[in-house]
Design a protein around this ligand. Structure first.
Ligand SMILES: Nc1ncnc2c1ncn2[C@@H]1O[C@H](COP(=O)(O)OP(=O)(O)O)[C@@H](O)[C@H]1O
Ligand SMILES: [Mg+2]
Length: 431
């Protein structure tokens, strides 16, 4: 992409409405535009990040055996009356009616809809287990939308649902998602802490939230020191094997949300921290299958209620959470896996034919994931903007080094410059 024609409306000043650094930087770097309270348009640069996050989420869901579908955003109220949640959900539910005065709603989540789809399509235990997911916009009329995309009203979620014949098998599906979540967040460069969460009136201890530690995090957590210091490395996992031993690495060490706080279990090794909830997995047994009469025939020919779980990832929230985790005074510092472009090219002297020729060649040869600053702007502006948007690497082409066929490579994270031959650059970044 050529910056001279790219739609990337950056701001020089800090927008006053933004209270936390990620919100400020998202507005300043031109990632989002607020259209209403808690509702944002994703501008081209922000959308590229969102798509990279979606890709990682999707790949790890598929790898764990989940299958993608796409359910609509608008749902019939009747479905929610079946589960009883039409009344329970309260004011967060955006209720609408169509021209025939039918009650409808903008989905805040999809347990009811997926249960209806499954109930009407699957009849026998032989078709189980199944995990289905989609990545779709949700609406929750939050009382206090804040911190930009972190607590929006319209937001993008990956929500998955598992269907099993019994609780043992259901636990296996839950374990798959647990491990898939660790892999997903690790690939984004994040350290996610699995935290035991309140499972509400249904009970059970199979409810874990995944938190990114951050001073600005909305949630208060109590976490064992070892978990904070641990460095979980991504690894290949055989999803058909017993995953419990991987999960035990985390759940054996205490991490709980405030609701689960128990003074009697506090030791000196447990630290109070703040976190951002980026994912939530929950095994709720037969809550929805019972209410909505979702049954299959078991091996003995009798009808059994489906055992279910649901698994959410805050896809749009992750963009903010990533910036909270990765920024410095100059701007965003994207991890390579989610950066909007993997590489920037800065032409320091646009009217120097040699600089321009080299930039053009690099730009044409290095693939689509490159942002070329070919603007007629001062050098200072170009360098500042590149730091603000936080691409991991930028190639700086200037008249001084180009006479020796060399350019500079800047590492955004360390701030280090390295002089390299054009050939070396091509080799390093060729796709
Ligand atoms: N208002 C919101 N804005 C952005 N992301 C959200 C919002 N509410 C929830 N999420 C994301 O969706 C994930 C799944 O939601 P869920 O656990 O059902 O929500 P909650 O924790 O609010 O009950 C959460 O872990 C979070 O990352
Ligand atoms: Mg939650």
């Amino acid at each position: 992409m050529r910056l001279s024609s790219y739609f990337m409306p950056t701001l020089k000043e800090n927008p006053i409405e933004a209270q936390i650094v990620s919100h400020r930087l998202m507005l300043r770097a031109g990632l989002i535009y607020q259209t209403a309270s808690g509702i944002y348009a994703w501008l081209p640069l922000g959308l590229r990040v969102l798509k990279k996050i979606i890709k990682i989420v999707r790949e790890e869901q598929n790898r764990a055996g989940a299958q993608e579908l796409l359910m609509p955003t608008i749902q019939l109220a009747d479905l929610w009356k079946e589960s009883g949640r039409y009344n329970d959900y309260g004011k967060e539910l955006l209720r609408i009616s169509d021209r025939h005065n039918r009650e409808m709603l903008f989905g805040p989540t999809n347990e009811e809809m997926i249960t209806a789809i499954f109930r009407d399509s699957v009849k026998s235990f032989r078709e189980l287990p199944k995990i289905l997911y989609h990545i779709q916009w949700k609406f929750r009329d939050e009382l206090r939308p804040r911190f930009g995309v972190m607590r929006g009203r319209e937001f993008l979620m990956k929500d998955g649902y598992s269907f099993d014949i019994d609780s043992l098998s259901s636990k296996r599906s839950y374990n798959r998602m647990f491990v898939a979540y660790m892999k997903t967040f690790t690939r984004m460069g994040l350290k996610a802490i699995p935290t035991r969460a309140d499972s509400g009136p249904i009970g059970g201890d199979l409810s874990y939230e995944f938190h990114i530690l951050a001073e600005n995090g909305d949630d208060t957590l109590f976490v064992h020191r070892d978990l904070i210091e641990s460095n979980w490395k991504n690894r290949d996992v055989d999803y058909d094997s017993d995953l419990q031993f991987i999960i035990d690495e985390f759940v054996n060490k205490c991490a709980v949300t405030e609701e689960k706080y128990d003074l009697t279990k506090m030791t000196n090794d447990i630290i109070k921290v703040h976190g951002i909830e980026v994912g939530h997995i929950f095994n709720f047994g037969t809550k929805y299958s019972k209410a909505m009469n979702a049954k299959v025939t078991g091996s003995n020919g009798k009808l059994v209620e489906l055992e279910m779980g649901s698994y959410g990832i805050g896809v749009s929230r992750l963009v903010g959470a990533l910036i909270e985790a990765f920024h410095d005074d100059a701007g965003i510092v994207w991890p390579e896996s989610v950066a909007p472009f993997r590489l920037g090219i800065i032409n320091l002297k646009k009217n120097d034919s040699c600089c321009s020729a080299v930039c053009e060649k690099l730009y044409n040869d290095l693939g689509d994931d490159v942002l070329y600053d070919d603007r007629d702007e001062r050098v200072g502006v170009k360098l500042t903007d590149m730091d603000l948007i936080g691409l991991p690497w930028s190639i700086i082409v200037g008249p001084r080094s180009i006479v020796n066929d060399r350019v500079e490579l800047k590492n955004r994270k360390t701030g280090e410059y390295q002089e390299l031959s054009i050939e070396a650059i091509m080799k390093r970044f060729a796709t």
